[in-house]
Design a protein around this ligand. Structure first.
Ligand code: FMN
Length: 330
């Protein structure tokens, strides 16, 4: 209801300004846990659909995807809105501004967003400091990446440093090698390099489950080989998918496409990954989820958990709780 009133105002603003405005409000709510508790108590509760994965307990299966709360400014608010878990970040070892603006665009007809943010974030140590002592009681995954100025040959040390900074506050760590907005990042999606990243992160966060997030374009033998290498190195699970590069759609702003256009390809990747994994490792489905039907499709494709981002822009922050209520009805 509140979001229905706010949306016309937000949609008159530039997409990134609207995002920052909404995140400031959410951050204010998060800074006041009693108020967050009040908000949570007034909403239609997500129905408990408790699931244990990777040694963690998820109150239900619908979470917040990476990139919306890059700096971990609003964990209590996500809890208040009824999310089952969050993925914060992507954070890099050092703070960075990201790409020049404008870098976020709504495609309203397609119910999509294009972004080329480029990991604008305050740095992994800042996120860790913010989460210290302020972590609500649901799983918090922190996504790590490399700074734009770090040469690809030194990517390992960036991923390791970012993971080391957040290891004490994160319940799990995800490796982002699939953003299309940091030059060369996706070239880390090889068996050798991705496996090495899992290994070096395990050195600094030995007790934390590690997940690897893939691009929707990665498929077939290439995908299978990377999955095998990551598992051998000790990965606990995978996230599929990140955004689709708009390189193949030159009429659009360049960057990563998210939302409804991922509705077909992301569940296909989830199905492909699940076939390779068998039962066991955790798989999080992400991309184009906007209602219970799209979430259920991800579940049927083999996802244990699902995440949303773009649909929140169009439908507001209580969407996750409402999807979880319908999902848990079976
Ligand atoms: C503005 C924006 C920023 C994003 N930033 C990140 C990020 O920092 N790290 C990451 O792993 N994914 C990032 N993503 C990708 C989302 O986590 C998700 O994989 C993708 O948007 C597909 O889900 P959706 O269709 O529900 O939006 C970003 C997406 C958007 C729209």
């Amino acid at each position: 209801m509140l979001y229905r009133c706010l949306k016309p105002l937000l949609f008159r603003m530039d997409a990134e300004k609207a995002h920052n405005f909404a995140l400031r409000g959410t951050g204010t709510l998060s800074a006041m846990p009693p108020l967050a508790r009040l908000v949570r108590s007034t909403m239609a509760r997500p129905k408990a659909d408790v699931v244990s994965l990777m040694g963690l307990t998820f109150p239900h299966r619908v979470g917040l995807a990476a990139g919306l709360d890059k700096n971990g400014v609003a964990p209590w608010a996500w809890w208040a809105f009824g999310f089952g878990f969050v993925e914060l970040g992507t954070v890099t070892p050092k703070p960075q501004d990201g790409n020049p603006k404008p870098r976020m665009f709504r495609l309203i007809e397609e119910r999509a967003v294009v972004n080329r943010m480029g990991f604008n974030n305050a740095g992994a140590p800042a996120l860790a400091a913010r989460l210290q002592g302020a972590k609500p009681s649901f799983p918090v995954i922190v996504s790590v990446g490399k700074n734009a100025t770090t040469p690809l040959e030194n990517a390992e040390s960036d991923y390791q440093a970012a993971a080391a900074a957040v290891a004490s506050v994160a319940d799990a760590i995800s490796i982002n090698i699939s953003s299309p907005n940091t030059a060369g990042l996706r070239s880390l999606q090889t068996p050798e390099l991705a496996g090495k990243l899992v290994t070096v992160i395990r050195e600094v966060a030995p007790s934390k489950p590690i997940l690897v997030k893939f691009a929707p374009e990665l498929s077939g033998d290439d995908l299978a080989a990377v999955i095998d290498a990551c598992l051998t190195a000790g990965a606990a699970g995978f996230i599929a998918t990140n955004t689709l590069s708009t390189a193949v759609r030159p009429e659009l702003p360049q960057g990563g496409l998210s939302g409804r256009p991922l509705k077909e390809i992301s569940p296909q990747r989830v199905e492909e990954i699940r076939r390779r994994l068998g039962t066991g490792p955790t798989l999080i489905g992400c991309g184009g989820i906007e209602d219970a039907a799209t979430a259920r499709r991800m579940r049927d494709a083999g996802a244990d958990l699902v995440q949303v981002y773009t649909a929140l822009v169009y439908q507001g922050p209580f969407l996750a709780a409402s999807i979880s209520r319908e999902l848990s009805r079976g």
